[in-house]
Every structure is written in structure tokens, then in C-alpha cells.
Design a protein around this ligand. Structure first.
Ligand code: AMP
Ligand code: GLY
Length: 421
């Protein structure tokens, strides 16, 4: 197949890598891709979605896979479908499950899907009044997309009220904060689950755990994610079953009733409180770095899964997973997540040890290529992934691989998967 992948991160690289490892040969295109994806296919530079759809049509692209949320929320899927193209991802309306937290919370409430008690409003009086009824900590969220920064966990009522005021005034997040959610704090452990959906049916992937904070021991500022592992032993069959029955099934049925069947990746942020899964949030795409560890655990064809999902035929296929564990350690640039960093050359040692060569790989993200040299060009630079028969083995291998990657200012956590060990 000719496949186009939208995005430029490690997530998109890992999808491409999995597709390239299939028995059948595929030709890949990336919009825009990164400095390493052009080793797997062709990087494009076509920013306008109508022009991109035209390119896809003229070049007989048979499947387009959308990585990040922004193009989904902007309606790229609707534009491609209007041209009769096959594209994997939710349309603009269904993408509101991520694009608007108010839409998501009201949807969850309407279909009785477990979530934290909340109020959504644009009235400061109503929000303050509800805040007064809650114990601390109190969670305050801006409605729209804020690049992962729109959630404040306030340690006092005053702090919560300050956050509410600053969001409503547009000071913190502009229009994204015009509506605000205040909700109760849930105390438990967090999981990420991913369901590949075709509107009606879905495939549930192994549960993963992300590490959002920058520093070891979950200290420091929030990031996009500094590492992940899967499957996590914190989930047993009973919990999977609860997530299926209480969250995924009613979500797919509900979105059909709303006239916006959900096609794409439903990323469910879950807080497990006293053994019960509560929905924290939905995203409408794979997590990054979660995707980088889930892709190598898939033993059946990834491209076929996406193609069948995009053509509403998931029930036709069996998707198979490896019995192994995967651990991914993010290596970020010097100033991440505060500001950009000066490009630094990446030196990759030859991996001589057979066990490491066979059971680890790198998914490249914030990299650029110049004169055949690879540079860390900012943000999260790459993810070292280790596979193994246990989480410990996978993690040890991932860290051995990290030791063979060098660039000035490299930053990584040393405790990925600690919850499982
Ligand atoms: P969200 O963008 O909604 O996933 O929120 C970002 C992070 O804030 C989550 O990953 C949780 O760690 C935390 N969080 C969000 N909502 C709550 C809540 N109601 N209780 C506790 N923590 C929360
Ligand atoms: N790793 C979390 C996210 O992609 O949102």
C-alpha cells in the first residue's frame, strides 16, 4: 500500500517502523515527518489540508493515518473523506472528545460513564460556588486544547479561584479558557488504555503507564511524557472488563447516537480508585510515548488494522500481541520542557551486543538531518525502546540502549516503570 502518515514525532516514527517491518512492502509518505522518517519513506511539505488531499488523490495514497490531535480537531479527516480518500482518525465532531473538555464531560455525564464530579461553566459565580463545596486539592481545567498545560491541581480554594479567574479572563489560555471545568480530585493510580475503533467495533491494546513528570520520582514539571511501559501488571482481566463495559462500549454506542461515530484511536486516561476505573479524559489519538511501546508489541499487521478500522471492518480481523513487555525511555533536549535548545549532533554507537541489537530499537522524534548527520533539534528527541520477557528485562535493555546514544544536554529519567518493579 501507499500510506501517508501525518505528524512529526516518535509516535509517527514508531507507526512507520512497525509498518516497514511487515512482510508486505509498503511505500510511506510523511507530512511533515522528521529528520529520521525520511529513512523510512518520503517527507512532504504540504501544510494545507486541501492541497494534501489533492496530493493523496493524485498519488493514489490508499491509507492516511493521523498521528496528532491538532489536524483531527481541525477536520482533516472530513476533508479527506469528502474526496473519497481512506483515512484513519475521527472527524471534526468526534474529535471534540479531546478538543473540548466540556463536550467530553457532558458526553460522559449523558451516557452515565464514570468520571469525576464536576461543573462546567463560563460564570465565575457558579464556578466559585461549586469550588466551595469541594475538599482540596481541587482540579481546574480549561475547555480547549492547551498543549497539555490546561489542568491545574490547586492545593487551596484560593489557588483554585485564582486559576478559574485567570482562565476565564483569557490570561492563561486565551479562548481555550473561555469555559472552565472544576472537578473533584481523584486519588488513585493512572493508566492509559487505547482502543482502535471503527465506529462500531474496537480492538483494545495492552494497558500502558506514562511518566508525565520531568524528573525521577514523579517530580518536576509536567511534560508530554518521559517514558512508558506496557502491559502494566496493575491491570487484571477484571479491570479490563470494567473498562470495556463501563467506558468503551457506552462511548462507542453514545457517539453513534450523537451522529458522530468514533473512528480512530480512543485514548482513555483512567484513574483507578479503589479498584474502579474512572475516566479522567479522552484523547482521540495515540499517546506519545505510549505508541512507541505499543507498536512493537503488535505481531499482526499494523497497516491492516488501521486500514480495516478506517473502512469500518475491524470485525473481519484478529489482532495479535506479543507476550513480551516493552519499556520506552525518552531522551529529551537540554531545555525541555521550558524552551528550545541549540541543535546538538547525535552520536549513535554501533550496537555490538547481539541481545541488545535484537531486543532494542530507537524511535526518533525531535531530530533533523544535515549533511547526513543527525541532530537533536528540540523537545523530546528520541525514545529508546527495550523488549523483554519481563518488565525488568525490557527496562534494563532500554537503558543499555540509552547508554549508546550521545548528544550534548541529553536528559532522561532513570526510573521508568518503577511502579511495576
Ligand atoms: P488531563 O489533561 O485531563 O489528562 O489532566 C492531566 C493530568 O492531571 C492527568 O493525567 C492527571 O494526572 C491529572 N488530573 C486530571 N484530572 C484529575 C482529577 N480529577 N483528579 C486527579 N488528577 C487529575
Ligand atoms: N503521553 C501522553 C500524551 O500523549 O498525551
Amino acid at each position: 500500500m501507499k500510506i501517508l502518515i501525518l505528524g512529526s514525532g516518535g509516535r509517527e516514527y514508531s507507526i512507520a517502523r512497525a509498518i516497514k517491518n511487515e512482510q508486505v512492502e509498503h511505500e510511506l509518505f510523511f507530512q511533515p515527518g522528521n529528520g529520521a522518517t525520511n529513512d523510512l519513506g518520503t517527507n512532504l511539505n504540504i501544510k494545507d489540508y486541501n492541497d494534501l488531499a489533492k496530493f493523496a488523490k493524485e498519488n493514489n495514497i490508499e491509507l492516511t493515518i493521523v498521528g496528532p490531535e491538532a489536524p483531527l480537531v481541525d477536520g482533516v479527516v472530513d476533508i479527506f473523506k469528502a474526496q473519497g480518500l481512506t483515512i484513519f482518525g475521527p472527524g471534526k465532531e468526534a474529535a471534540q472528545l479531546e478538543g473540548s473538555k466540556v463536550y467530553m464531560k457532558n458526553f460522559l455525564a449523558k451516557y452515565n460513564i464514570p468520571t469525576a464530579k464536576y461543573i462546567e461553566s463560563d460564570s465565575i459565580e457558579d464556578l466559585f460556588q461549586f469550588t466551595n463545596t469541594l475538599d482540596v486539592p481541587i482540579v481546574v481545567k480549561a475547555d480547549g486544547l492547551c498543549g497539555g498545560k490546561g489542568v491545574i491541581i490547586a492545593q487551596s480554594h484560593d489557588e483554585a479561584k485564582k486559576a478559574i479567574s485567570e482562565m476565564l479572563s483569557g490570561k492563561s489560555f486565551g479562548d481555550a479558557g473561555k469555559k472552565v471545568i472544576v472537578e473533584e480530585f481523584l486519588d488513585g493510580y493512572e493508566l492509559s488504555m487505547f482502543a482502535v475503533c471503527d465506529g462500531k467495533d474496537y480492538i483494545l491494546l495492552p494497558a500502558a503507564q506514562d511518566h508525565k513528570r520531568l524528573l525521577d520520582g514523579d517530580e518536576g514539571p509536567n511534560t508530554g511524557g518521559m517514558g512508558a511501559y506496557a502491559p502494566t501488571p496493575l491491570v487484571d482481566d477484571a479491570l479490563y472488563q470494567k473498562v470495556r463495559e463501563r467506558i468503551i462500549r457506552p462511548t462507542l454506542d453514545g457517539m453513534q447516537k450523537e451522529g458522530a461515530p468514533f473512528e480512530g484511536v480512543l485514548f482513555i486516561g483512567i484513574m483507578v480508585v479503589n479498584g474502579e476505573p474512572i475516566t479522567l479524559e479522552f484523547n482521540v489519538r495515540f499517546g506519545d510515548p505510549e505508541c512507541e511501546i505499543l507498536m512493537p508489541l503488535m505481531t499482526s499487521s499494523v497497516s491492516d488494522m488501521f486500514y480495516k478500522a478506517a473502512t469500518n471492518r475491524l470485525s473481519d480481523i484478529e489482532v495479535e500481541f506479543s507476550k513480551q513487555y516493552a519499556v520506552g525511555v525518552v531522551m529529551a533536549s537540554e531545555n525541555y520542557p521550558y524552551s528550545s535548545s541549540i541543535p546538538a549532533e547525535i552520536i549513535l554507537d554501533d550496537v555490538k551486543h547481539e541481545e541488545i541489537a535484537k531486543n532494542t530499537h530507537i524511535s526518533f522524534a525531535g531530530v533533523m538531518k544535515e549533511d547526513d548527520k543527525l541532530y537533536a533539534s528540540g523537545g523530546r528527541v528520541l525514545v529508546c525502546v527495550g523488549l523483554g520477557q519481563s518488565i525488568k528485562e525490557a527496562r534494563d535493555r532500554a537503558y543499555l540502549r540509552c547508554g549508546q546514544v550521545h548528544f550534548s544536554g541529553k536528559k532522561l529519567r532513570t526510573d521508568i516503570a518503577y511502579q511495576a518493579l
